[in-house]
Design a protein around this ligand. Structure first.
Ligand SMILES: *Cc1c(COP(=O)(O)O)cnc(C)c1O
Length: 422
């Protein structure tokens, strides 16, 4: 599928007059339309709710848009809980799916009335000790162990993953929590990441639905929601097929009708915790080509670096690149497109066929809306960029300013030694 940016060169040239590159740009229209599709895909389920994984794009303006579209938040840390609270998410509109969790994070989650999704059997006692008493609603995360396979092969290796309860621990955990007064239960699992098949959620749903039926028989627990978590992928590469969320919702519905309804569990609510699918395609990293270098290979140096987008350096991930205004030009040059870090893995693309790039060209790096800005860091003293929202009416709004040297120096105890720069 040809990848088309959500902005034109003309629009970008206007935007960069106001905001210097590099910056992350988000497409409000795309975010809203996609969120509506997700809700439509699961509208057959009365209690359906998408809890947006805050870690993917932790920005209050983005959270507010998603809230208006009916989403909750999925948090994994204290600050994500704080951000949800500040954006007026409360109670069961917040899921707390964390691991190796500090006690004060559990306290905060409980204070907000969030649903606590326990990562481990030993956390039952841990949370009880921290809170004095377990909340009446609890969720548990299942790790199925071994490999997780679909028809097209091994998707992931849960047996190597640090998350979740074993199947046996779930039964014991539910019983233990019932003894401690827990009344309402949920079940969660995250078995594969960035899946590019409509089969993933339905297959995961079948596992969780069957497990829920067994758990109900074994423990008599009241299972009220099943959380399919995240993992629905997006087509980063033009050769990849986009997931069809309507087909995914329908696949989950069929599993629901086959497994849960006959077992008397037809009232169970389906929850999701998608991050990438909700935001990934609706963000671009906008940078400018500032250097060209002709040595053993041809290099284009950008004013952005891996601190703005870590995925290519960290996972070797493909992110599509469009040269603004050269959308239809022949890709008759081969470049490594790099950032400025003193790390040779700071390359947005290696041996990429692109149109001829001229100095000053605006470079659009696709699919940076999730796990993009969020994974940013300050190595080499690089400062985090701004985040800009392209609004539905075509206007723009800065939803996070760029860092300045003062931000970078702010955590020194002796920041006065840097006074001349502040
Ligand atoms: C990261 C994460 C998600 C979101 O994953 P995506 O791949 O962005 O959909 C959801 N739930 C949990 C517990 C996570 O850790």
């Amino acid at each position: 599928m040809k990848k088309v940016p959500f902005v034109t060169k003309e629009q970008l040239e206007e935007i960069v007059k106001q905001y210097p590159t590099p910056f992350h740009l988000y497409d409000e229209k795309g975010i809203r339309e996609n969120a509506r599709k997700v809700n439509a895909a699961f509208s057959w389920n009365k209690g359906f709710k998408e809890y947006f994984a805050v870690k993917a794009t932790p920005n209050p303006y983005i959270l507010k848009i998603l809230k208006e579209e009916g989403c909750g938040t999925d948090c994994s840390s204290m600050t994500e809980l704080m951000m949800s609270d500040a954006c007026d998410f409360s109670g069961h509109d917040i899921m707390f799916s964390s691991n190796a969790t500090p006690p004060e994070d559990f306290e905060m989650a409980a204070r907000l009335g969030a649903i606590i999704n326990l990562d481990d059997f030993t956390h039952i006692d841990f949370v009880e000790k921290v809170l004095g008493k377990l909340p009446e609603t609890m969720c548990c995360r299942l790790n199925t162990g071994g490999n997780f396979e679909l028809s097209n092969g091994i998707m992931d290796t849960p047996g190597e993953a640090k998350y979740g309860f074993t199947r046996e621990q779930l039964t014991e955990g539910y019983k233990k929590m019932m003894d401690k007064g827990v009344k309402h239960f949920g079940l969660h699992a995250f078995l594969a990441s960035n899946t590019k098949t409509n089969e993933y959620y339905p297959a995961l749903a079948r596992i969780l639905f069957k497990t829920a039926v067994e758990l109900k028989e074994e423990t008599g627990a009241s299972i009220e929601f099943i959380n399919l978590s995240g993992g629905v992928g997006i087509p980063y590469h033009p050769d990849e097929q986009a997931n069809d969320i309507m087909a995914i919702g329908e696949g989950v519905r069929q599993a629901f009708e086959e497994i849960l309804v006959p077992a008397g569990l037809g009232d169970v609510a389906i929850f999701t915790e998608m991050g990438r699918f909700m935001l990934g395609p609706y963000g671009h990293l906008i940078a400018r080509a500032i250097h060209e270098k002709h040595i053993y290979k041809e290099y284009i140096g950008l004013d952005a670096c891996a601190c703005n987008l870590m995925r290519p350096a960290m996972y070797g991930s493909y992110h599509h690149i469009t040269v603004a205004g050269k959308e239809d030009a022949p890709c008759d040059h081969v470049y490594d497109v790099t950032g400025s870090l003193c790390e040779n893995n700071d390359k947005f693309a290696v041996d990429r066929k692109l149109p001829k790039i001229d100095m000053g060209d605006l470079i659009i790096i696709h699919d940076t809306g999730a796990h993009g800005f969020a994974m940013g860091y300050n190595y080499n003293g690089k400062l985090r960029s701004a985040e800009i929202l392209l609004k539905e009416d075509g206007g723009t709004q800065m939803i996070r300013r760029a860092e300045t040297p003062a931000d970078y120096f702010a955590t020194f105890d002796f920041s006065h030694i840097m006074d001349k720069y502040l």
